[in-house]
Design a binder for this molecule. Sequence first.
Ligand code: ATP
Ligand code: MG
Length: 397
Amino acid sequence: MESPRALLIRYAEIGLKGGNRPMFERALRENIKSALKAVPGLKIDNMRGRMFVRADIPAELLADRVSRVFGVASCSPAVRCGFDPTEIVALATEMALATLQSDFAGQSEIPFRVRVNRAEKRFPMRSLDLEKVIAESVLPAAGNLKVNLKHADFSIEVDIRQEGSWVFCQRIPGPGGLPVGTMGRGFCLLSGGIDSPVAAWEAMKRGIRVEFVSFYSFPHVGPQTREKIIRIATELAKWQPTTVLHIAPFAPYQEAIRRLCPEAYRTVLYRRAMQRIAGRIAGRRKGKAIITGESVGQVASQTLENMAVIQEASRLPVLRPLVTHDKQETITKARRIGTYDLSNLPAPDCCTVFQPESPIIYGKLADALEAEKAIDLDVLTYDAFKGVERIHISEES
Ligand code: ATP
Ligand code: MG
């Protein structure tokens, strides 16, 4: 049979938002539309608690994209039909055979079940009866299935609703979370490391539209560092509708700190500088939070004491989604979201140049403030802010 041209989309958490629900549904719909913007013949229908997408391309291709839209719990390539049980049984059988051929070829005794969900109570048959009739049609036709209601590897599902009936054989998991944009905009400090891209992804997952700020210490680091950041941002851009990367010149600030401030405090002062510059960019663009890849105890600058000293330089809340992650947990996630290999590309980071021999571990705010008296914070911050290069990342770039 021809592959399904429609996708049934389920969402989870936004269903819980009571009065805000229409806003969340609108955002989800817009984000799905944006993820599918180049798709010919696109139509999106809202049904209670579900969305239904049709297009002129196979639903598996739609599913690929939709499974990167936050807010989606799962989706299923589906075929729609009417309320005639004979029609439903015939369609279910045909779809089952096609799926078995493509996804389960050569296997026998595949644990299998039929599941009918009858939201439309006017439908003439009870769910259980329809499940039986479908199973009786599919089992002999397929020959390699074995009913297992508890642990099925293969399920045929029928959703009967007011608008029509849907038949599907797959549930493809989505990323969950909340639609990007529903929680406003945040600015992620993006380095070439493994952590900050994962932190950005986690923030997006909670509905934050993430813009990136990367500090670029040219000429102490070269264009390959810039290229690497652009590649990481481009990979992350697949998870939200639009992505902006701000590249801030950082060498003058770093040089001033190196020249005029106590060596042990360098890293903490760089981090405070980053907060100020990012805060300035965020202030211009309705940013409500700064996001970093810090995690407690990972390196000297990430003790609770130093984090507090760093936080103090920010007027916005600093979100640290990885704060309690082990490195291995972060690596596993980085692999899953596709940034791990990019993060491992060789390119120096701005903070590894001029790194102190023995950085302060339990920094004190009073000492940091004292150290900063030696440099002109306003001018350095303003110059970096003025020198920002803004790049609009499109997924194709
Ligand atoms: P990552 O793997 O994300 O680089 P890390 O473990 O190497 O993190 P640090 O290098 O101490 O930790 O950086 C802590 C955080 O500071 C990073 O997660 C990132 O959010 C921010 N950061 C560090 N360097 C830069 C940079 N050059 N540009 C922007 N943000 C940076
Ligand atoms: Mg780093």
